[in-house]
Design a protein around this ligand. Structure first.
Ligand SMILES: [Zn+2]
Length: 254
């Protein structure tokens, strides 16, 4: 077992989302591998059952809008949701499902030769998923959160948190952002893991962010208002209503 004491080193307010909101960034001492994971609090999270997303770093998607995955859009969706409903984003510096940027780019080259994302990782000597959510659980505890609602399509993430002593009271689905470049990646993710992804036809940009994964996507209309285009041309999904947050899985939580 890991005995390192993880503590909050400090917190600082930063105006983000083009100044539309202020995020409080919490940073830590005592992370196991010295990675600089951090947490952002937005809005006023429910103190009893805060909404949380644990997002693993994806420089290509998060910063540059790569279409090879859906990380960037899921990140924006979470931030927009939290700015309305309140919530916590844990940003985990485990690039490329934990294999690092260089290896991720190596894997992209292999994918260009026809291997899927998991085959490529194995050819490079990695497992399907090298991420570790133990630090995320310890960060939550350092922030005095032991019972949360988790924004994810990945039930394994919830299981891992539970094994690390966090009560996941409910799972909330995230949007699935399909395009012609990431369809193969998302299919592999669905088929090789337990991700709850419905992959229909390639979608127009910025589909409905929050929805019940058990419903056919044509029937999904879980948001109101109109998309907002920010100063750099990023189209934000319409602001979700609280009611738009639906249970991801019927057997949600213990
Ligand atoms: Zn990504």
């Amino acid at each position: 077992m890991r005995n390192t004491q993880l503590t909050v080193r400090g917190s600082v307010d930063i105006p983000i989302l083009d100044g539309d909101d202020v995020g409080t960034f919490f940073y830590f001492d005592g992370l196991v591998r010295g990675e600089e994971h951090f947490a952002i609090r937005l809005g006023r999270p429910d103190p009893d059952r805060p909404l949380v997303r644990i997002h693993s770093e994806c420089i290509t998607g998060d910063l540059f809008g790569s279409q090879k995955c859906d990380c960037g859009k899921q990140l924006k969706e979470a931030m927009r949701t939290f700015s309305v409903l309140g919530g916590w984003l844990l940003y985990m510096r485990q690039e490329g499902r934990g294999i690092g940027l260089n290896s991720k780019l190596d894997a992209y080259r292999l994918q260009g030769r026809g291997f899927d994302t998991y085959e490529a990782n194995r050819m490079l000597g990695f497992g399907d998923d090298e991420r570790d959510y133990g630090d995320a659980a310890r960060m939550l505890r350092a922030l005095r959160m032991t019972k949360i609602e988790l924004l994810t399509n990945n039930p394994q993430k919830a299981d891992c948190l539970r094994r690390n002593g966090i009560e996941v009271a409910a799972l909330r689905c995230t949007g699935v952002y399909v395009n012609q470049h990431n369809l193969g990646y998302l299919r592999a993710k669905r088929d090789r893991t337990q991700h709850t992804l419905e992959l229909g036809a390639v979608e127009p940009r910025d589909s409905s962010p929050l929805r019940d994964s058990s419903r056919p996507r044509d029937a999904v209309s879980t948001h109101n208002g109109t998309p907002r285009v920010d100063a750099v041309g990023i189209v934000w999904p319409p602001v979700p209503e609280a009611a738009a947050l639906m249970e991801c899985a019927p057997q949600a939580a213990r």
